[in-house]
Design a protein around this ligand. Structure first.
Ligand code: SF4
Length: 348
């Protein structure tokens, strides 16, 4: 689905979460006015379409009610004209009471993304989120009752977090049966409380390798639950890629590919280790992820299995590979044995 995003950096936020710096992430200093949104929509939207206009980067439902209505009202004509299929907003889990949700519904909002970040009380407290894990459950109930599509955002690697905390948080998120998930491993951005903690040596983010390993496992569990992951890692932008705003942490412009490639590596490694056959056929469309970013998987396979050959073959279905005459589903072969629910006793 095409999303037409508008960034309203920190608008509506009553406090600043320790990790957050929306201006750096979005490259936007000020939010657009409703009339600017209206003008941009007129030129950017197709004459017919089912995409969504989205308001990201702040706590939409905590804006002044009149401003929420102004933003939504300027999108409504395009919804009525069939130029988009819906409106999406992102907000905090503790800002989705029944009246708020009813108002969103009346004004055409169809999808709400909740910045859950973690389901650990301790992690939420250290991140100065100002709400506990139960807020997400309450918000999801309200949104589901109103027939909204629900997206949940998680941030592994926050202060006080761990691999088990990330698994636990994903487990709790999946139990809420969201329509989709976004996973953003925490990075240290300039001008945040997290940067100050990092400078004092009180916080260390995951490194890239840890984040890729962890997110591959989380992605696999989402796949098993039938919940799409629509983003892994921060969207690459000029300011993020310049290196000027990221102080430390597992940012990579192709983070999603690194994670998908890790699952391919795991699947092929598991399968090849059980046979003498060294020729693996994959779909053309999967070849980039199979070989890995800058052929990292290819080099890894060469070291591990000296004569391994990876061949693109149009007859192989996407998401699978053929080895020794057998067609193998990548996700099945990449299997993680530990169920999320068993790894999740939080030391709080
Ligand atoms: S994480 Fe969300 S609620 Fe917290 S400061 Fe950023 S935009 Fe606001």
């Amino acid at each position: 689905m095409t999303v037409y995003p508008f960034f309203i950096p920190h608008q509506g936020c009553r406090q600043r979460c320790v990790f957050c710096q929306q201006q750096s992430i979005s490259g936007m200093t000020f939010p657009p006015t409703p009339s600017q949104v209206s003008r941009q929509l007129a030129s950017m939207l197709p004459l017919q379409g089912d995409g969504e206009v989205a308001f990201y980067g702040g706590s939409f439902t905590m804006l002044e009610e009149s401003l929420q209505q102004e933003y939504l009202a300027c999108v409504m004509p395009y919804l009525r004209a069939g130029r988009i299929g819906g409106i999406r907003v992102s907000t905090r889990p503790d800002a989705c009471g029944s009246e708020v949700v009813a108002r969103l519904k009346r004004h055409g909002v169809s999808t709400v993304e909740l910045g859950c970040q973690s389901f650990s009380d301790r992690v939420l407290g250290l991140s100065q989120r100002g709400h506990g894990p139960e807020a997400a459950e309450g918000a999801v109930t309200q949104l589901r009752n109103a027939g909204m599509r629900i997206g949940l955002q998680l941030m592994p690697g926050l202060p006080g977090g761990s691999f088990d905390e990330a698994r636990y948080s994903l487990d709790r998120a999946l139990q809420l049966r969201p329509g989709f998930v976004r996973i953003y491993p925490t990075v240290v951005l300039k001008d945040t409380a997290l940067e100050r903690a990092w400078l004092k040596g009180d916080y260390a983010p995951l490194d890239l390798e840890q984040a890729v390993e962890l997110c591959a496992e989380l992605l696999w569990h989402c796949h098993q639950s039938g919940v799409p992951v629509i983003r892994l890692g921060l969207q690459s932008t000029e300011s993020l890629d310049s290196g000027a705003v990221i102080v430390d942490g597992p940012y990579h412009p192709a983070f999603g590919q690194l994670v998908r490639s890790r699952l391919w590596r795991r699947a092929i490694e598991n399968a090849v280790a059980k046979t003498a056959e060294r020729r693996v056929c994959v779909a053309f469309a999967d070849l980039g992820d199979v070989l890995g970013h800058r052929r990292a998987n290819f080099d890894y396979f060469k070291r591990r299995f000296s004569s391994l050959e990876i061949v693109a073959d149009d007859h192989v279905a996407r998401g699978s590979f053929v080895l020794d005459g057998h067609c193998c589903d990548m996700m099945s072969k990449a299997r993680y044995l530990q169920p999320l629910s068993k790894s999740c006793r939080l030391p709080e």
